[in-house]
Design a protein around this ligand. Structure first.
Ligand SMILES: Cc1cc2nc3c(=O)[nH]c(=O)nc-3n(C[C@H](O)[C@H](O)[C@H](O)COP(=O)(O)OP(=O)(O)OC[C@H]3O[C@@H](n4cnc5c(N)ncnc54)[C@H](O)[C@@H]3O)c2cc1C
Length: 380
């Protein structure tokens, strides 16, 4: 679908963009910028196709903002019977709510219409904080800015907070502020090289992990950094190195408990967690298979392990215990990340799961769009 990527229409009166499914978020960001528009929320990268991002619950952070799929107002797809289905909030509403986060299991999405907003500047502040201070001020961190993210470095009490708010876009203000390129490219490459070297070392000698995390914190997040740029550039970050990631969404009221339990889990099981834990906040929604479905806003917690070249780090126990811990807190896994759930767990957690499976059978009676993974979660 990557070649099926045209941007078909930008409706400037209704603040909507329509594109073909294989258009990347990168391409959309650039084109929207040239028309003085932007997406309202984005995750850490924009390499994804629009369809891939909405079919998984790709999300950014900001308690007023839902997952990216909540920005979609209309979808066209071809189901397993070769019917072209149009669906939206008004037309085929159930199909729409099912299709938005369906990992391609209802059919091939061909066109998507999403909300956009007039182009914004995002003004952000990143600052170090102790874990205890994060715990004491969690509500202020979540609600104190439009967009907030926490990084916690396991085996240490060190965190970094990123908070950002939007302003009307003004290119000359950004230029005058001089805050859009904090670190020169050469310097960045050098610090990344040092960082990757110590991370690699931690996979051979796991006992150095706490020291590595202290170094990582210092290199990446030790200083207060102010920044401002066009919104997509501020939302996106450099994910630096290859990683294994496991991320879950829990009801926001369990966020503090989850942070304490995660500290215990790492200590009790002697886990060498060599990459920071990422904590983000997302509004609830009514998309059938969205991890944010239901009454509660959600806190996404992602655990990450550095993935060295030519070696497998030990991460399976960490991920398994994290699955158990997050399940016990009413969590649901991010569909694009590693998790161990099967049909039973999915059905128990998602009120619309069986309804989805029935609809799926109608849309794809010959199971054209099923594979080993979808069979494991959709078949009893
Ligand atoms: C470095 C990195 C950073 C990331 N950061 C974030 C983040 O900040 N927040 C977050 O939530 N996620 C994040 N992700 C996850 C990422 O957003 C998802 O994996 C996303 O699905 C990838 O998009 P893709 O275009 O590669 O889709 P693919 O991986 O190709 O597809 C994803 C799913 O969508 C389905 N699909 C794709 N196209 C269509 C179509 N046309 N019709 C029907 N179904 C389709 C596929 O069948 C598949 O099930 C990150 C991933 C990486 C690698």
């Amino acid at each position: 679908m990557r070649n099926y990527n045209a941007i078909l229409n930008i409706d400037k009166k209704k603040n909507l963009v329509t594109c073909q499914a294989g258009c990347t978020l990168d391409k959309l960001n650039q084109r929207l910028k040239s028309e003085k528009f932007g997406l309202r929320v984005l995750g850490s990268i924009s390499h994804q196709t629009v369809a891939g991002a909405i079919c998984t619950p790709t999300h950014g952070t900001g308690i007023q903002y839902g997952i990216l799929a909540t920005e979609v107002v209309h979808i066209q797809f071809v189901n397993g019977n070769c019917d072209v289905i149009e669906c939206s909030e008004i037309e085929n509403q159930n199909i729409f709510k099912a299709c938005l986060c369906s990992f391609g299991s209802l059919g091939i999405i061909t066109e998507i219409t999403m909300r956009v907003e007039p182009l914004k500047t995002l003004v952000s502040l990143q600052f170090p904080l102790k874990l205890r201070q994060v715990e004491e001020n969690l509500t202020r961190i979540i609600y104190g800015a439009e967009h907030s993210r926490i990084w916690w470095f396991p085996h240490t009490d060190k965190c970094s907070i990123w908070q950002a708010n939007k302003l009307e876009f003004n290119a000359s203000d950004i230029e005058k502020s001089g805050l859009n390129s904090q670190i020169s490219c050469g310097k960045k490459k050098f610090s990344n090289f040092i960082l990757e070297s110590v991370l690699y070392l931690s996979t051979i000698v796991p006992s150095v992990t706490p020291y590595v995390n202290k170094v990582s914190h210092k290199v990446l997040f030790g200083k207060v950094v102010q920044s401002q740029d066009v919104s997509f550039k501020e939302f996106n970050i450099d994910c630096l190195f290859k990683q294994y990631v496991n991320e879950w969404a829990i009801p926001i009221e369990h966020a503090l408990e989850a942070l304490s339990l995660l500290q215990l889990l790492i200590t009790e099981h002697n886990i060498n967690a060599n990459w920071p834990v990422e904590v983000r906040f997302v509004r609830n929604d009514d998309i059938w298979l969205s991890p944010c479905y239901g009454e509660s806003d959600r806190c996404f917690i992602g655990i990450i392990m550095y993935r060295p070249y030519s070696r497998e780090p030990k991460y399976l126990l960490y991920f398994k215990k994290f699955d158990e811990m997050m399940s016990s807190l009413g969590g649901r896994p991010h569909w694009a990340k590693a998790h161990g759930w099967k049909y039973k767990e999915c059905k128990e957690s998602y009120p619309m799961w069986e309804e989805f499976c029935k609809l799926r059978s109608k849309m794809d009676p010959k199971n054209v769009f099923m594979n080993e993974y979808t069979r494991s979660i959709f078949n009893p």
